[in-house]
Design a protein around this ligand. Structure first.
Ligand SMILES: C[S@@+](CC[C@H](N)C(=O)[O-])C[C@H]1O[C@@H](n2cnc3c(N)ncnc32)[C@H](O)[C@@H]1O
Length: 259
């Protein structure tokens, strides 16, 4: 008998539960026990909603990664003008989860993507473990309408604004202030564009996450003193740089002195 493994299948439900209880267990326990203005019941409901998204929309992140980023959003709950930016939505799985946390926190979520996948590029990448990786044109495509449908079905569409196009165009005139940013854009060129456009616009105490810390080229960019001084800011202290996939970069005002 062939087991159905597609979106919405019992197999996928079982897999997301298995990951939550094994690979992501520590992050889950931390999310449930940390200081947040959210009751235990509200957290459990949010976790259930996240797993529901995972079961129905293809995503490219772990539950643990989402809990860290959503924790940073929820920490800022009630902050006037709370603004969250996501660059790199793919099929809308991360977007739906971020939208739920942003709605709970009383903020708005601005989503940027080409909605036609990775741009044409000649970048050749190496993971920190030495494996080569190429991000092909069109990979991770999620059409705008499909992403909006996913967020409508499983997230909080009322807090979302979608901007379609290449970051080089859509972020050029973007103005903050921003509180939390999540970049998941794979390419060095895209990461550079997003950082240059968004990092200087973080509010004091703001934070930027990138999910591309497993790529050597991204580690090199983030380690480059000249890159940060080009933006007029000191190089922030980035914990886990060169080790972790998800990196948390404190905003300019909260950045530690040069190391
Ligand atoms: C790995 S996927 C995002 C995965 C998603 N965050 C998730 O966890 O399910 C990378 C996304 O970055 C987008 N992207 C990369 N470079 C871009 C650029 N220069 N302009 C617009 N979108 C870009 C792609 O369209 C793709 O949706």
């Amino acid at each position: 008998m062939q087991i159905r493994r597609g979106l919405g299948s019992p197999y996928r439900r079982w897999q997301s539960l298995r990951f939550a209880l094994t690979r992501d267990r520590q992050a889950l326990a931390h999310f449930l026990s940390r200081r947040l203005s959210l009751s235990r019941l509200q957290r459990l409901k949010m976790l259930r909603a996240f797993m529901h998204v995972t079961q129905h929309v293809r995503g490219y992140h772990s539950l643990a990664e989402m809990l860290v980023v959503c924790g940073a959003i929820l920490e800022r709950a009630g902050q006037p003008g709370l603004t969250v930016v996501e660059c790199g939505a793919a099929k809308g799985s991360s977007t739906a989860k971020l939208s739920l946390a942003t709605a709970q926190a009383g903020g708005r979520l601005l989503v940027f993507d080409s909605f036609k996948g990775i741009p044409d590029n000649d970048e050749r990448h190496c993971n920190l473990d030495g494996r080569q990786v190429v991000f092909r044109k069109g990979a991770f495509t999620g059409r705008l309408k499909a992403v909006q449908r996913a967020v409508q079905a499983y997230g909080a569409p009322q807090v979302c604004t979608f901007t379609k196009g290449w970051f080089e165009d859509t972020l050029r005139d973007f103005r903050g202030p921003i509180d939390v940013v999540l970049l998941d854009v794979d390419l060095l060129s895209s990461t550079r564009t997003c950082l240059e456009a968004l990092y200087p616009q973080l509010r004091p105490g703001g934070v930027l996450f990138t999910q591309d810390g497993h790529l050597e080229a991204i580690v090199a960019l983030l380690s480059d003193e000249a890159f940060w001084s080009g933006m007029g800011v000191p190089r922030p202290k980035i914990e886990g740089l060169g080790q972790d996939k998800l990196l948390k970069i404190p905003g300019p005002a909260a950045a530690s002195p040069r190391t």
